[in-house]
Write a new protein. Structure first.
Length: 158
């Protein structure tokens, strides 16, 4: 069992660390020629291992992945600046909610599908209701621009 484990350990790391393994394993020596690995044990017995064999590959890959270090701590994700536009389609007004750390005032522009500016307004709060009752039925783009963030969102008016 110990000898088999030593060979498996040796073969798993042999492609990248053959030089270091010679000193780590007790009396084992390695010689890799392409995808054939020759392992000589302390008794002088030579074992030829084909690294392309599917049965062996599966064991080596499983062992290799289990040996990887896992992160114990990761930085919390910073909240991204985004905008929520609802309801969509808008029956007569649309709600804008700015999420994240927007710096105010935020410049808002609304364009129609032809690229014509329909409305321009400065927003001073994170929640705003925009009256769309005078807009013809169709698809519109809203752009929000602040010194530290920007966003573009599509909405439609019924």
């Amino acid at each position: 069992m110990k000898r088999t484990l030593s060979i498996l350990l040796s073969v798993t790391f042999a492609s990248t660390m053959a030089q270091n393994l010679n000193s780590m394993q007790e009396g084992f020596s390695f010689d890799r020629k392409g995808q054939i690995l020759a392992v000589k044990n302390p008794d002088g017995h030579i074992l030829h291992i084909d690294l392309n064999k599917p049965a062996f590959k599966g064991k080596a890959i499983a062992f290799t992945y289990s040996a990887k270090k896992k992160a114990v701590y990761s930085e919390p994700e910073k909240k991204r600046n985004s905008v929520q536009v609802f309801p969509n389609p808008a029956p007569g007004s649309v709600n804008l909610v700015l999420d994240g750390s927007w710096s105010f005032p935020v410049q808002m522009q609304i364009w129609d599908k032809n690229g014509n500016a329909i409305k321009t307004q400065k927003l001073e709060t994170e929640k705003t209701i925009v009256n769309t009752s005078s807009f013809p039925q169709g698809i519109y783009m809203i752009r929000l621009q602040a010194p530290n963030a920007s966003a573009i969102h599509k909405f439609s008016v019924q």
